[in-house]
Design a binder for this molecule. Sequence first.
Ligand code: DON
Length: 314
Amino acid sequence: MAKLDLDEMLAQIASEIAKITYRGRVADYIPPLADVSLDKFGMAVCTADGTCARTGDAEEGFSIQSVSKIFALTLALQHDAAEIWQRVGREPSGTPFNSIVQLESEHGIPRNPFINAGAIVIADILTARYGAKGVQAKLLALVRDLSGRDVTGEAPVSINEATARAEKSSGHRNVALAQYMRVFGNIRHDVEETLDAYFHQCALTMSCTQLARAGRYLMMEGVNPVSRHVIATAAHNRLILALMMMCGHYDASGNFAIKVGLPGKSGVGGGILAIAPRIASVAVWSPGLCAAGNSLLGTYALERLVQMTGWTVF
Ligand code: DON
């Protein structure tokens, strides 16, 4: 196959995006996210040959929000794989990311680790192993190690305390989910402690370049291609990618699979991480969301990239 000119493709995508006037709506239920400009757009593509192409605001940090659910699940799978599947399902939910309805008839067991309820259970499992503050430190260390630092002057990956605090005071739905699951015995810590870990993981701030680099283990069958450390076993890695395909975009996962055809995970900060297995790790950021809470133009950009490269898994 001829070598793809990714720089040219990304420039083409960025110029198409710049002309689009309807850019979706920023998430306003977490106050700091409401202040982000809809004009922002960044994209970074790290390929298996070790190079990264980027465009637009690819070096600017943004709140990765639910994209962090991938890293939290990866961490939990390292030591608590058996427990996870007793407490969280592995099926698509077909409901919005913050829905509570299935929990009543399904005994407080969330459908999967990527909806909020499932991610809160993962945070509870991680809290048992590392303690509330320990979870933050462990996740930050994992993501920093995965994303490395090879752009001069780049700010290290951090957790934005103001965003975590804002979500703590406005995240009533997550409090309701956690309290409800506690009734079924599926949250085992103080709700405040578990949610503290969850809100801090959501407040991880990363650029597209850092996120694409952090996702490289997912394209390399679970191995960090720089350190050669096994981050996820090959079987766990396949499981994470399968869940990303089925559940990474909540009740819009089918649409994403059809349009983009890659395992992907979105966040309400407007970021998406998508993986072309053995080929590329791609991060995109555009803060405007569609009705399902996924980046509108981020999805469009990935759709265009896959049209240009043929990288769909189907
Ligand atoms: O818990 C929440 O509602 C947010 N911290 C994360 C939600 C999210 O990113 C959903 N993604 N599209």
